[in-house]
Ligand binder design. Structure first.
Ligand code: GDP
Ligand code: MN
Length: 330
């Protein structure tokens, strides 16, 4: 992988991208979030912003999933505050449990001895594994072609006056993101080693025009760069592809979702950076977005966007992975 550092990333066709999304073809898409009953206020706030900034003109459905039953209060409150259709789904079975090959002693040792964020949490690991390998085939999601992932308490700073789903489809984009950052290496100690084992079995899966350079350090190891997947707009055929599913299954076999704390963000990002053509990845530079503690604000001179960003909330521009993306792609 050292040699890949030297290869140029194929120039994204940014200038040719077609922003006319006025076509009337309906896209089979929706907003999808995994949330707890305790996230009620936060998801209400998120959904109101989605409606006000975008969805009131488009009416894509909102799909909320939970590993526990949603309360009556939750469902009624959410349904009342939006004109979008809201669907509530349940998550259980293999999607939210330990695979039989997992060694529970190893699981416990990691959770007791490590100090990184969410090190002690079992549910966080189930969540990350679910987002990595299952959500796109949930009965309420599996018929969608694209999803836009949402979380409680996120903010959309600006108007979104075009349809990002239509944009993705028209321009052959597969993975859309806004914020990128560096993963803490402690949570993914063997992720890259495992990924390389997978690629040695399937060398043909490495796309020759891929974005791999963006995820490598100068020794050819994973540099931790990832798209912050609390926001992602994805052509779900990617997650359902044999390349992605085999990759997920291989990772799952190794146990790293539990023996370490592999996040869905690095898993999605590594897969997108290996298997896709780099111009199938899209940075949504005009979507203002905040998820604590970091926000991204588009260029404020673009007054058509009607952004409401505070100055301090605009950290994403300064992060190394973001600057590196700019360096490689602009
Ligand atoms: P962070 O953004 O990485 O700090 O993690 P969050 O706590 O925001 O969790 C990510 C998403 O998964 C949010 O939408 C949470 O509501 C959701 N989530 C996390 N843990 C659970 C869980 O145990 N059950 C359910 N239903 N949702 C969860
Ligand atoms: Mn979050």
């Amino acid at each position: 992988f050292k040699d890949y550092r030297l290869k140029k990333i194929s120039l994204a066709n940014v200038n040719q991208n077609n922003y006319d999304t006025s076509s009337t073809d309906k896209i089979n898409a929706g907003f999808v979030g995994l949330v707890r009953n305790s996230d009620l206020d936060g998801i209400v706030s998120t959904i109101r912003q989605i409606d006000d900034r975008f969805n009131r003109n488009y009416n894509y459905p909102i799909i909320l999933l939970n590993n526990q039953e949603f309360t009556k209060e939750f469902k009624e409150t959410v349904s009342r505050i939006t004109r979008s259709k809201v669907l509530f789904g349940h998550v259980n079975g293999d999607a939210w449990s330990y695979p039989r090959w997992i060694n529970q002693t190893k699981v416990r040792t990691e959770r007791i001895t490590k100090k990184y964020a969410y090190a002690h949490s079992e549910s966080y690991r189930f969540m990350c594994r679910y987002m990595s390998g299952y959500i796109f085939n949930h009965p309420l999601v599996r018929d969608l072609d694209y999803y836009w992932r949402i979380e409680p308490n996120i903010q959309f700073y600006c108007d979104i006056d075009y349809d990002p789903f239509v944009y993705m489809k028209k321009n052959n984009k597969v993975y859309g993101w806004v914020i990128s950052m560096t993963e803490s290496q402690e949570t993914i100690r063997t992720l890259w080693k495992t990924t390389k084992m997978f690629l040695s079995r399937h060398p043909e899966y490495l796309n020759p025009q891929s974005n791999v350079r963006w995820i490598l350090d100068n020794k050819g190891n994973y540099n931790g760069c990832h798209f912050w997947s609390n926001f992602e707009i994805v052509d779900l055929r990617f997650y359902r592809s044999k390349e992605y599913l085999r990759y997920f299954n291989f990772l799952d076999r190794s146990g790293g979702f539990f023996y370490e704390r592999w996040g869905d963000a690095p898993v999605h990002s590594i897969a997108a950076s290996l298997f896709l053509n780099s111009d199938q990845l899209h940075f949504f530079s005009d979507i203002g977005y905040h998820h604590s503690p970091i926000g991204y604000c588009p260029d404020k001179s673009d007054t058509n966007l009607r952004c409401a960003c505070g100055n301090k909330k605009n950290l994403a521009h300064y992060l190394p992975c973001f600057r590196n993306w700019k360096r490689l792609h602009d």
